[in-house]
Design a protein around this ligand. Structure first.
Ligand SMILES: C[S@@+](CC[C@H](N)C(=O)[O-])C[C@H]1O[C@@H](n2cnc3c(N)ncnc32)[C@H](O)[C@@H]1O
Length: 378
């Protein structure tokens, strides 16, 4: 019965505004296993919190098969949040859900938490700490993932926050870790983590889900070496800001510039905000959660700094980087500059020339290329 209902819902789900392709699905076997396990555990009618829903499969599935008394959801990516809303509209009436940041409002009183296990242990740690701290004492945390992406380290993280962590039988290459009995908060790690990067004399703040954590990525380090060669800008953008190191260092180098640090990830923009505050730069740096500069108008900025991602999920994928290059070309004013660092095996030059304008290779080392692209007049 639940299986049929879920099949009907999953069939309607789409990933837009994220990339769509015939081989890319908006749900996976873990979503189904999480929901069916919750039904078997008798969690229907309960107060449900969903964390890490990709495109709405868990939230909309829970709405249908658990008929929860209350349904709240946290997703890190703004594209996932939008896909959930669009899929909910498509499916029509169901139990309403509320989209919230990871924290007390999301988890207060929750007796059932459905979690798609995140990629990193740091992200799992932040989630587990929040669930243990804020959810109901009788909470059941169902943490599911693809077996090939799961590690014993995940059990260990959950065991730091819960008295009982039981791996369930695997099904269709997915498995659930069932955690119960939140431990008292004395052991809780504090997020964002703040560390001092001596080589930059910068405090870096990192929430669990953010790229590179509180460390300096080696590509970012290479791009920073070119700061003195950059033209001072009135308005500069750190596109895909992560912890906001590029934004902070740019703001320091060019005291007259206003800087926007923007990322699709909630954890990233919260980290960048905390980094700006930790270094006394909060009045110079604003942060914005946005998908590839979607809310910026054409020709509105003078400089963009970009260290694009080249891994999407578990696969190597240049599409995310190309989308960001295209976005940079759109928002730059004529004569404005895009500075990009990327793995030297990636063939980004044609895209930089096409979407932005004349592009010069300013530096190369064993791993990375740094380019300066100047926006051609429109
Ligand atoms: C390689 S990391 C660089 C982070 C940071 N700038 C640094 O140098 O440490 C790439 C960042 O791009 C972000 N990102 C990926 N796709 C994006 C999109 N469509 N819109 C905004 N940010 C995106 C990721 O969330 C990630 O934080």
């Amino acid at each position: 019965m639940a299986a049929d209902t879920l099949a009907g819902i999953f069939q309607v789900l789409r990933r837009r505004p994220d990339v769509e392709a015939p081989n890319l699905q908006a749900w996976d076997a873990t979503d189904r296993l999480l929901l069916e396990t919750a039904v078997q555990l008798g969690r229907a009618g309960s107060t449900v919190a969903v964390i890490g829903d990709r495109y709405g499969a868990l939230t909309l599935g829970a709405s249908a098969v658990l008929a929860p008394a209350s349904l709240r959801v946290h997703q890190d990516l703004i594209t996932g949040e939008r896909a959930l809303r669009l899929n909910a509209e498509e499916l029509g009436a169901g139990i309403p859900f509320v989209q919230l940041p990871l924290g007390e409002e999301l988890l207060a009183g929750a007796d059932t938490v459905l979690l798609q296990l995140p990629k990193t242990l740091a992200e799992l740690e932040e989630i587990a700490a929040a669930v243990a701290l804020h959810a109901a004492p009788d909470v059941r945390l169902l943490a599911g993932g693809r077996v090939k992406h799961m590690s014993l380290g995940m059990n260990a993280v959950l065991e730091r926050y819960f008295l009982s962590v039981q791996p369930q039988l695997a099904r269709q290459k997915s498995r659930i870790l069932l955690a119960a009995g939140p431990k008292p908060p004395t052991t809780a790690a504090r997020f964002p983590v703040v560390e001092h990067l001596a080589e930059l004399d910068l405090d870096v703040a990192a929430h669990g889900a953010v790229f590179a954590g509180p460390r300096l990525d080696i590509g970012t380090r290479f791009l920073l070496a070119f700061l003195p060669a950059m033209k001072p800008a009135r308005l500069a953008v750190d596109l895909g800001c992560g912890t906001g190191i590029l934004a902070a260092m740019y703001a320091r180098q060019f005291p007259a510039a206003a800087v926007t640090a923007t990322d699709q990830s909630a954890a990233a923009v919260q980290s960048a905000l905390a980094t700006a505050r930790a270094n006394g730069l909060a009045d110079r740096i604003s942060v914005l959660q946005d998908d590839a500069l979607g809310t910026f108008s054409d020709g509105s900025v003078d400089a963009v700094l970009l260290n694009p991602p080249f891994h999407v999920g578990a696969g190597v994928h240049a599409g995310a980087g190309l989308k960001m290059i295209e976005a940079a070309g759109r928002v730059l004013a004529s004569g404005g500059e895009l500075w990009t660092v990327y793995n030297r095996h990636l063939a980004y030059l044609p895209a930089l020339e096409r979407h932005v304008g004349p592009t010069v290779v300013e530096g190369r080392n064993a791993k990375f290329t740094v380019t300066r692209s100047t926006r051609s007049p429109r």
